[in-house]
Design a protein around this ligand. Structure first.
Ligand SMILES: NC(=O)C1=CN([C@@H]2O[C@H](COP(=O)(O)OP(=O)(O)OC[C@H]3O[C@@H](n4cnc5c(N)ncnc54)[C@H](O)[C@@H]3O)[C@@H](O)[C@H]2O)C=CC1
Ligand SMILES: NCC(=O)COP(=O)(O)O
Length: 340
């Protein structure tokens, strides 16, 4: 059943590849069978990028209601000023406010129900941090926006989802040296509870199997190579199992991503960013999608970043964005069926 509302697609950093891949996705919308999306960003940025790339893309300024009707003939855009017309690859602090405003607008549309899901293009975290942005990334910012609107706190969970692997980092954008202190039994339990709930309700997996990675080499080798595996991760798994969640481990991380090991679980729950994102991107850089679990709306994103070095050159692949748009539409269709 086709969606009765468009997806919202944010611009991301205007100097990154967000505009390139949005244009490419729209041009191949029929080939990819894409659901209509409403681009939320600066019309000047998008049309300048189209000219640079010599792409013939008509852009129509509209809102969510107008996007469904115009998507076939033109790329629908809800205008949010970027703050500066920057050249591709040229990071600029003046764009931070516009990048954040586009995300806020997409979330507002999702929460009021005028769009079916939010798909975000990549942001440059350092540019936003320098402007005073107080969140590590979209994941935590989206949870804060949801909290401001609903009054309900959520622990947002990042999940990389691809055809070969789903992987969750329990701790996300923090320095590696801080991981052991931030990693608590409660954080692991809350992350897995959210994952279990959303894998059932949004992804339709009736009995999710959660493989929990250890933190240290060989999952601590009986406490001889680090104690977090035995003292934090193991008790968290015991609590989860008592609640009926099919969590098991802690598993040595080096042997849990090969083909046979992956067939034994639905999601790998990892202890830090690179433990999850290295296998996810190695197994499917072009096909994996970043999904935020735990939010009161659907949010997906390509798995890659701003790729400043190739912005505006016509070589950025749109494949991960296409998968993010497809997954957002699929999850929205499923949730429409559940609520119908
Ligand atoms: N969802 C988000 O907002 C994300 C944002 N970032 C941000 O992106 C910025 C750059 O991060 P990097 O670590 O350099 O990762 P990156 O993903 O931007 O680039 C890594 C490498 O992959 C290539 N690449 C990335 N996407 C590509 C595509 N679609 N087609 C062809 N080649 C592609 C790049 O050219 C580069 O060689 C950082 O500021 C980071 O914070 C990174 C990941 C996700
Ligand atoms: N490395 C993943 C990433 O940077 C995406 O983070 P977020 O902006 O989706 O929170």
């Amino acid at each position: 059943m086709p969606l009765d509302r468009p997806l919202a697609l944010t611009q991301g950093d205007p100097a990154g590849i967000g505009p390139d891949i949005a244009l490419a996705a729209w041009l191949k919308r029929r080939e990819y069978g894409l659901a209509p999306f409403l681009y939320i960003g600066d019309p000047e940025v998008l049309s300048a990028r189209a000219r640079l790339l010599e792409l013939d893309v008509p852009i129509s300024e509209t809102d969510a209601a107008g996007a469904l009707a115009s998507f076939e003939a033109s790329l629908p855009l809800y205008p949010v000023a970027a703050g500066a017309l920057v050249a591709p690859g040229e990071l600029h602090g003046a764009t931070a406010g516009g990048t954040i405003a586009a995300i806020e607008k997409a979330v507002a549309f999702a929460l009021e129900g005028t769009v079916a899901a939010v798909v975000t293009n990549p942001i440059a975290k350092s540019v936003l941090y320098a402007s005073g942005f107080g969140f590590p990334g979209h994941t935590e910012f989206l949870a804060e926006l949801a909290y401001r609107a609903t009054g309900e706190k959520v622990t947002p969970v990042m999940m990389l989802a691809g055809p070969k692997l789903r992987a969750i980092p329990v701790t996300i954008h923090i320095p590696l040296k801080d991981v052991p202190a931030v990693l608590t039994e409660d954080l692991i339990v809350e992350t897995c509870q959210t994952a279990d709930r959303d894998l059932r309700s949004r992804f339709g997996i009736s009995q999710p199997r959660l493989a929990i990675a250890g933190l240290n080499p060989h999952a601590g080798e009986d406490g001889t190579i680090g104690r977090e595996d035995a003292e934090i991760i193991h008790p968290a798994i015991t609590r989860l199992r008592r609640e009926g969640i099919n969590a098991f481990g802690p598993l040595p991380a080096d042997t849990m991503f090969h083909d046979e090991a992956r067939s034994r679980y639905d999601v790998a729950v990892c202890m830090y960013h690179d433990q999850a994102l290295i296998p996810a991107k190695a197994l499917g850089f072009d096909t994996s999608v970043n999904v935020t679990l735990g939010l009161p709306f659907i949010r997906t994103s390509p798995d890659h970043g701003t790729a400043f070095g190739i912005a505006g050159q016509g070589v950025a692949r749109e494949s991960s964005l296409v998968e993010a748009l497809r997954l957002a539409a699929e999850l929205a269709e499923k949730s429409a069926k559940v609520t119908a």
